[in-house]
Design a protein around this ligand. Structure first.
Ligand SMILES: Nc1ncnc2c1ncn2[C@@H]1O[C@H](COP(=O)(O)OP(=O)(O)OP(=O)(O)O)[C@@H](O)[C@H]1O
Ligand SMILES: [Mg+2]
Length: 474
């Protein structure tokens, strides 16, 4: 959260007790200026929320939180060994208490709220909105990719009372999850970036994924806008949900039918020039990160800006400062021992839609003399029974986008490896560790190397190994 001096604390002891339904124990009268669920990132003056974790219970970190300067702790029971003066807020269920704080803050807030969901591009779109709206008013947004049953209430409870705009990422792995989360956010506009095969194993069909994403529209305030991708095959299905819920419908995309229409995108090495038509107004803007998928996200973001009554022209101008989020396309030119090459870090996650977007991004990169476009790929996880086929069919995108060489790892990527044109086979490895050992000797001057896989594959190790070449050379 932005560090801003405020007359009002984020939460006073009494306000937190009233909102959470908890009971104040120990020294009262405290004021918290942030909320933390992890002592490793806790800032002095925070309210520490002890959540029951899968491996460690947050209650075992309460003493540590106070040692790091916590103003107070929200707990379900008083941990042993604390001084009796320790400032505590005691509630039966700390997550439910945090959620009540989020709901209370939202109910009293004058902020115009945008919710963002979708199978890919939530965080990228949320960060674009943060940049766009911050310049038009005090803007609060989800940290990192906090979008689940903890992240969403946490984001709402962290919202400063005087926020003018809020951008909330909302994710899901199963049907019903967004339905449970969105009433805390109550958005004025809800974006579904795209529908694609992510977490497919939990759903069985893309239709069911679309239905689950459409749950976000159930939480819209009356008169709120459903912001829907006009180019997606499930556009019609999403629209029917929005109509059933009496939402206003705003569509974005390249389609002629889109209310916010992306007319032109020209991507260069490090940026895109875009043209968009909103309600008859033509807006030209520069997006400081290339790739058709990010241009589409910017159209989604602009559609939401327009839908909540903020200024899309000013918002579009702010995108000249939009850089990809770490692990989602951030790039670096590395001066290695054999010359300079470009590294594109897409290691944060992967599914068929984001793979296609990343191949297209690689295709538009200029290569140096003798250079190649290289894709370094790890498995796409959670795709269920169709996973082998979805991996094998990546070869079509690799051919279509003119990618020269593939290095792959993971059990599922074997399916791609077998389907690949043999001229494109770089190396198939068991895991990212092995690729991290091999790649530094493979890259040469002029190459563009794009590294991508589901987070569980730890493709960041390959990125780190390639980055170390820079240090070795300098
Ligand atoms: N509109 C889009 N369509 C397809 N792929 C996209 C789109 N936007 C981003 N991507 C790809 O998806 C990857 C993840 O982007 P991002 O982190 O913004 O998504 P997310 O939806 O927040 O993911 P998560 O579900 O992990 O929170 C990026 O690295 C990029 O390859
Ligand atoms: Mg995310």
């Amino acid at each position: 959260m932005m560090a801003v001096d405020r007359a009002e604390p984020l939460w006073s002891a009494n306000a937190a007790a009233d909102a959470s339904g908890g009971r104040l124990v120990g020294a009262g009268g405290w004021a918290a200026n942030s909320i933390s669920i992890d002592t490793r990132s806790l800032q002095p003056g925070a309210l520490f929320v002890a959540l029951p974790g899968e491996t460690r219970d947050g209650h075992s970190f309460v003493a540590d939180a106070f040692a790091r300067g916590a103003a107070a702790a929200l707990v379900a029971q008083v941990p042993e060994g604390l001084p009796s003066s320790a400032s505590l807020l005691v509630a039966d269920d700390t997550l439910a208490a945090l959620e009540r704080m989020g709901r209370t803050r939202r109910a009293a807030s004058p902020a115009r709220v945008i919710g963002v969901t979708g199978s890919a591009g939530k965080t990228s779109t949320k960060e674009a909105l943060r940049i766009m709206l911050s310049e038009q008013g005090l803007t609060h947004a989800s940290a990192a990719s906090f979008n689940n049953h903890i992240g969403t209430p946490l984001t709402m409870a962290r919202m400063p009372a005087d926020s003018e705009f809020a951008v909330i990422e909302i994710g899901m792995n199963h049907a019903g999850e967004i339905r449970a989360l969105v009433p805390v956010a109550r958005p004025h506009a809800a974006i579904v970036t795209t529908i694609a095969a992510a977490h497919l194993e939990n759903f069985g069909s893309l239709e069911k994924i679309a239905d689950a994403k459409a749950e976000i529209f159930e939480g819209l305030v009356p008169g709120g806008a459903a912001v829907i991708n006009a180019d997606n095959p499930y556009c019609h299905r999403l629209k029917s949900h929005a109509q059933r819920l009496d939402a206003r419908i705003v569509t974005f995309g390249r389609s002629e039918a889109a209310s916010v229409r992306l007319l032109d995108v020209r991507s260069y090495g490090g940026f895109s020039e875009c043209q968009i038509a909103i309600d008859g107004t033509l807006i030209r803007y520069r997006l400081a990160s290339p790739g058709a998928h990010l241009a589409l996200n910017s159209a989604a973001a602009l559609a939401a800006v327009w839908a909540i009554g903020a200024d899309p022209v000013r918002a579009a101008a702010a995108l000249s400062a939009f850089k990809p989020v770490s692990g989602r396309g951030d790039r670096q030119v590395i001066l290695g021992p054999t010359g300079a090459f470009t590294l594109i870090n897409e290691s944060y996650n992967a599914n068929p839609a984001s793979m296609a977007a990343a191949f297209a991004l690689l295709a538009i990169q200029p290569v140096g003399e003798g250079g190649r476009r290289i894709a370094v790929l790890g498995d796409m996880l959670e795709l269920g029974a169709s996973s082998p086929q979805l991996h094998a069919s990546l070869s079509a995108g690799i051919d279509a986008e003119g990618i020269d060489a593939v290095f792959a790892c993971g059990a599922m990527m074997r399916n791609l490896w077998d389907a690949l044109d043999s001229a494109k086979r770089g190396h198939y490895a068991a895991d990212a560790e092995e690729l991290a050992r091999i790649l530094p000797d493979e890259v040469r001057s002029g190459d563009v190397v794009m590294v991508k896989g589901s987070n569980g594959l730890k493709m960041i190790r390959v990125v780190d190994a390639l980055r170390r070449l820079q240090r070795a050379a300098s």
